[in-house]
Ligand binder design. Structure first.
Ligand SMILES: NC(=O)c1ccc[n+]([C@@H]2O[C@H](COP(=O)([O-])OP(=O)(O)OC[C@H]3O[C@@H](n4cnc5c(N)ncnc54)[C@H](O)[C@@H]3O)[C@@H](O)[C@H]2O)c1
Length: 262
């Protein structure tokens, strides 16, 4: 018996990076996936490649109407919803004093409001069946600590961290069997890093610089993050809710050796 046999999941940002890898891993464990993304063509390509009966859905996570529509789709197509993975996200970097209001609003709208809407609409559908359900919100290390040139991104992801804990407590308090946890990756080698790569001599030079900040000596792969998401959404994690899971190769663990010669 596969771990997620017959379960139904919505994955936002499912057309790329962490969301795409999570879709593949969940489907390989028997889950039906609604690959939800603003980029419908790419989402459809992912959905067609999955090993279960899965579909694509054009979703702008910042639109309440779109969330109402996707929940209808989950109910009509598959009969309900067991798992929501909020992975859609955007980021931009600049000097704080120069940050355009439009960038700030865009990050808040996609990263934080998108996650809020997803949790709110998913709970309404998940509670109908009464089956155990789980929400995984992809935050960031930037949802736990600040960043010199990514204030808007950190503010939006910090919001996701505490939204997650609040949703977890809300569901527990209402007696719903719905868990909610957040994931906090370090740098992950996905398309999200492409716009940054242009500022370096090569993409590899950028990744090497990032890896030098990570005690385990490398950036994360999408599979490192998807594995953690699957754990948090599985029955193995039945007692885990309101948790902030850090996947950072030791980056936040503390200081590396600076006080002695080796
Ligand atoms: N890559 C990293 O280094 C890293 C590190 C920490 C956290 N994260 C977070 O992980 C999540 C996934 O990032 P990724 O690295 O896979 O990025 P990615 O760019 O590969 O994928 C993000 C996906 O989100 C989709 N998307 C963007 N705006 C959307 C919207 N309004 N509605 C629906 N879909 C939308 C994009 O089309 C894309 O398919 C993001 O929330 C990101 O902030 C990424």
């Amino acid at each position: 018996m596969k771990k997620f046999q017959g379960k139904i999941a919505i994955i936002t940002g499912g057309a790329s990076g962490i969301g795409r890898e999570t879709a593949v891993q969940l489907a390989n464990e028997g889950c039906h996936v609604i690959v939800a993304d603003i980029n419908f063509d790419a989402a459809e390509k992912v959905a067609k490649g999955l090993s279960t009966d899965s579909i694509a859905f054009k979703l702008d996570v910042s639109s309440e109407e779109a969330w109402i529509d996707i929940m209808k789709c989950a109910e009509e197509t598959f009969g309900g919803l067991d798992i929501l993975v909020n992975s859609a996200g955007i980021g931009s970097a600049c000097d704080f004093e120069d940050m355009p209001l439009s960038d700030w609003n865009a990050m808040l709208s996609v990263n934080l409001t998108g996650t809020f809407l997803g949790c709110q609409k998913a709970i309404k559908l998940m509670k109908k069946s009464g089956n155990p359900a789980a929400i995984a919100n992809v935050s960031s290390l930037g949802g736990l600590v600040g960043g010199e040139d990514i204030a808007g991104y950190c503010a939006s992801k910090g919001g996701v961290t505490l939204l997650t804990k609040s949703v977890a407590l809300y569901c527990a308090g209402k007696g719903y069997d719905i868990r909610c946890n957040s994931i906090h990756p370090t740098y992950v080698d996905t398309e999200m890093l492409d716009p940054i790569a242009g500022a370096f001599s090569s993409r590899q030079a950028m990744l090497d610089g990032m890896a030098s900040q990570v005690p385990l000596g490398r950036v994360a792969k999408p599979a490192d993050i998807a594995g953690a998401i699957l754990y948090l959404c599985s029955s193995t994690a039945a007692m885990v809710t309101g948790h902030q899971m850090v996947i950072d190769g030791g980056q936040l663990a503390g200081m590396t050796a600076q006080h002695s010669t080796k």
